[in-house]
Design a protein around this ligand. Structure first.
Ligand SMILES: [Zn+2]
Ligand SMILES: [Zn+2]
Length: 251
C-alpha cells in the first residue's frame, strides 16, 4: 500500500513536470515567433525558472498523487465519474466554484506574501524574474509552491466535481499560469478590457503586478482586487516589446 502511494506520488510528479515542460515550452516557442528578442539575454533567468518550476512539480505532484490514490482505492474525495451523479447544470457551476475558491485563496495568501518578511522568505523568488517568461509559470519558493499545491487536493474533499470538470480546472490553471507570465497578451481584447475584461485576469493584468508589486494580486478574477482597492488596471507591453525588437535587430 505504501509503495502504491509512493508510486502514485511519483507518477503525478512526472505528469505535472512533463505538462509544465510541454506547455511552457510550447508558449516559449510561440513567443520566439511572435516577439523575437523578448527572451534574448535571459538564459540564466530561464534556467533558474525551469529548475524552480520542476522542484515545484514535486510539491504539486505529491499531494495530488496521494489524493488520486485515495480516490481510486479508498473512495476518498467528492470527485465523481458518472456524469449523471449530479444535474448537468452543476458541471459548469462546479468548475466556476473551483476557480472562484482557488482565486480567493490565492488573492489572500498572495497579499500576505507581499508583507516584508514573508516576501523575503517565500515570494521574492517569483519576482526575481524580471520580466518573467513563459518558463516562470511554476517558479516558486517551496513555501509558495506548497500553499498553491494544497488547494485543489483539499477542495476535492468538500466540493463535488466531475473528473472532466477537474480536468478543465487544471487546464485553465496551467494555461493561465503560463500565459500570464510570458510577456505578451495572447487573449482577445474583450477578455482584458471592457465590461468582461474588468473582471478577468490575463497577462495584461498580471504584468502590472510584476511591474508595481503592491497591486493586482488576483489569479483568475479581479473582484477581490477591486473590492479591496488593490486593482491598478491593466499594464501594457509596448516598452518591453520595443526593447525586444531592438535586441533582435542587434543580434
Ligand atoms: Zn507577487
Ligand atoms: Zn507572477
Amino acid at each position: 500500500m505504501t509503495l502504491a502511494i509512493i508510486l502514485s506520488a511519483i507518477a503525478m510528479t512526472v505528469i505535472v513536470g512533463v505538462r509544465y515542460l510541454l506547455v511552457s515550452g510550447a508558449f516559449a516557442w510561440i513567443t520566439t515567433r511572435k516577439h523575437p528578442g523578448l527572451y534574448l539575454g535571459l538564459d540564466p533567468q530561464v534556467r533558474r525558472e525551469i529548475i524552480w518550476s520542476l522542484a515545484s512539480a514535486a510539491l504539486y505532484g505529491i499531494p495530488a498523487g496521494v489524493v488520486a490514490w485515495g480516490w481510486q482505492h479508498r473512495g476518498w474525495t467528492e470527485v465523481y465519474a458518472d456524469v449523471h451523479a449530479y444535474p448537468l447544470w452543476y458541471l459548469p457551476v462546479s468548475v466556476f466554484a473551483y476557480l472562484l475558491l482557488h482565486d480567493a485563496w490565492f488573492y489572500w495568501t498572495h497579499r500576505w506574501m507581499h508583507r516584508p518578511a514573508p516576501f523575503k522568505l517565500a515570494h521574492a523568488l517569483h519576482h526575481a524574474s524580471r520580466p518573467p517568461t513563459a518558463w516562470a509559470a511554476m517558479a516558486f519558493h517551496p513555501i509558495e509552491a506548497l500553499s498553491g499545491a494544497i488547494v485543489i487536493p483539499l477542495l476535492v474533499f468538500f466540493v463535488p466535481i466531475h473528473i472532466y470538470g477537474l480536468g478543465v480546472v487544471l487546464t485553465i490553471m496551467t494555461v493561465m499560469g503560463v500565459t500570464n507570465h510570458m510577456g505578451w497578451e495572447i487573449f482577445p481584447r474583450f477578455m482584458w478590457s471592457g465590461p468582461l475584461g474588468g473582471w478577468l485576469i490575463t497577462a495584461s493584468h498580471h504584468q502590472r503586478h510584476h511591474e508595481l508589486y503592491g497591486c493586482n494580486y488576483g489569479l483568475y478574477f479581479r473582484h477581490w482586487d477591486r473590492l479591496c482597492h488593490t486593482d491598478r488596471g491593466v499594464g501594457d507591453f509596448t516598452r518591453e516589446h520595443a526593447r525586444a525588437a531592438r535586441r533582435a535587430d542587434a543580434a
